[in-house]
Design a protein around this ligand. Structure first.
Ligand code: SF4
Length: 375
């Protein structure tokens, strides 16, 4: 089984914290959709992946900006060039201000059966400094609209550790999320990326900085509340009701193959990783000339092992020694045990039946611990 990712690199507004690849000028949007549709044909000819498709994910950017005809074109191409399994999970990333009755009907008509909604916060003041396009009222209303339209497989994105936001403020966001009865929540610590408007605002003292301790506190608060309410914390940033995990993202962490379309999209087939150029105009020109504008890297066994360490450490299951000995050789387990010893002593990592996993406290330091375990 494999996955498809489609990147739609356009947004209504530039959120002040965002460093993804997107443009707020939409003049190239129609040409972009044509180019992505053509890329699907070009990639299919190359047969980068062979397996049937069990998950499709439209991300961005803001794919909920696409109109019905544009979505229909993309799905026609996907079904023409790939074999999609009958019960495939098909997710659309949607912003609250794009969700309305008509769009929901269009999304259902092309087969979208899951929404990942970029809410970030239910509080107006947060949404304004973030420069989000939606309001707090829309943040709540859009979920109800989707549920009424019959799309109940909904994930909402939230951000914690916001500048100056108290734990009480964060608790209100969690309570509102729980009240909406969605089966999935993705929660991310706000990161201040260089070259973003947020970075400049903090430098100029227009907004307070973010603090690790503050973010760690709010992360642990979230984990505690959701787990006490029967939620399953299956990956550092992801929580679900039993059985309602994101199949697409879980497959990334399991090393399942996927092909990505659109500028900046990545693909992985177990042997190589490739990524498209992150420039809208150059991407369209290349595709118009029947060229795939990507760079490719053949992964060495060591790179594959490090990828496994990085992704599996973030999951509840953790790193499995049996997986390492089967795929990379037993000596790597010995090295790993040596490297992990200080983290076990500090109470950040613990042993499982067949490997190691992060402790509750260690989850907040996942990236640093993974880097220290790289072989
Ligand atoms: S809508 Fe999403 S991708 Fe677009 S600028 Fe905001 S955070 Fe970034």
């Amino acid at each position: 089984m494999a996955g498809i990712y489609v990147h739609i690199p356009f947004c209504k507004k530039a959120c002040h914290y965002c460093n993804f690849h997107f443009s707020t000028t939409h003049s190239l949007l129609p040409q972009m959709v044509q180019a992505i549709a053509q890329e699907m044909e070009l990639q299919a000819r190359l047969a980068y992946i062979h397996e049937p498709i069990e998950t499709i994910y439209l991300g961005g950017g803001t794919p909920s900006l696409l109109n019905h005809e544009q979505l229909q074109l993309l799905f026609t191409q996907i079904h023409r060039y790939f074999t999609v399994t009958p019960h495939a999970e098909i997710t659309l990333e949607a912003n609250p201000d794009d969700i309305n009755h008509l769009q929901l009907q269009h999304w259902k008509a092309v087969g979208i059966n899951r929404l990942s909604i970029g809410i970030q916060s239910f509080q107006e003041a947060d949404l304004r400094w973030m420069n989000r396009a939606h309001t707090a009222t829309q943040a709540v209303h859009c979920v109800t609209l989707a549920q009424q339209a019959g799309i109940t497989n909904i994930s909402i994105d939230l951000m914690y550790g916001l500048p100056g936001a108290s734990n009480q403020h964060w608790l209100q966001n969690i309570e509102q999320a729980l009240a909406l009865q969605v089966p999935h929540i993705s929660a991310y610590a706000l990161t201040v990326e260089e070259k973003t408007a947020l970075h400049k605002m903090i430098e100029k003292g227009k907004i307070s900085p973010v603090y690790d301790e503050h973010q760690a506190e709010q992360f642990h608060l979230l984990v505690h509340i959701l787990e006490s309410n029967g939620w399953y914390h299956y990956e550092i940033s992801n929580f679900c009701k039993p059985g309602r995990h994101s199949q697409h993202n879980s497959n990334y962490w399991k090393g399942v193959h996927y092909v990505g379309f659109g500028p900046s999209a990545h693909s992985f087939n177990g042997v190589s990783r490739q990524w498209n150029i992150a420039n809208n105009a150059l991407y369209i020109t290349a595709i118009d000339n029947n060229q795939l504008p990507y760079e490719i890297e053949i992964l060495t066994p060591l790179q594959q092992l490090n990828e496994y360490i990085m992704t599996s450490l973030r999951t509840r299951q953790g790193i499995q020694f049996s997986h390492i000995s089967t795929n990379f050789g037993q000596p790597f387990n010995e090295k790993l045990l040596h490297a992990v010893a200080p983290f076990i002593q500090q109470g950040l990592v613990q042993s499982t039946n067949d490997g190691i996993q992060l402790t509750q406290r260690g989850k907040f330091f996942a990236d640093g611990i993974a880097a220290a375990l790289f072989q």
